[in-house]
Design a protein around this ligand. Structure first.
Ligand SMILES: [Zn+2]
Length: 90
């Protein structure tokens, strides 16, 4: 019986914690529920993965947007300077 539990792929063998209460799911089945708050283990794992990737995505996009905005404002500054120069030169 013990060997069967160890080879069961639904048993969590790493430190996965509940998204709501932080309870460790190690040794529990992914088909079970959190003993602390009752959330479905699989739902908690999916939600945690989702929020982690969303945060990574946000910071990546944030940096990119900042780079685009700073580049665009520098570009607009140069264009305004050149146009002003050309208009005055005529
Ligand atoms: Zn919980």
């Amino acid at each position: 019986m013990k060997d069967l539990a160890r080879s069961d792929p639904s048993i969590i063998k790493y430190d996965e914690v509940c998204v709501d209460c932080g309870y460790s799911f190690r040794g529990l089945s992914t088909y079970g529920r959190c003993p602390e708050c009752g959330i479905e283990v699989i739902k908690s794992i999916v939600r945690r993965r989702h929020s982690l990737s969303a945060n990574q995505c946000m910071s990546k996009h944030g940096r990119r947007i900042f780079a685009i905005v700073s580049f665009a404002s520098a570009f607009i500054g140069i264009v305004v300077y050149l146009v002003g120069h050309l208009v005055r030169g005529r």
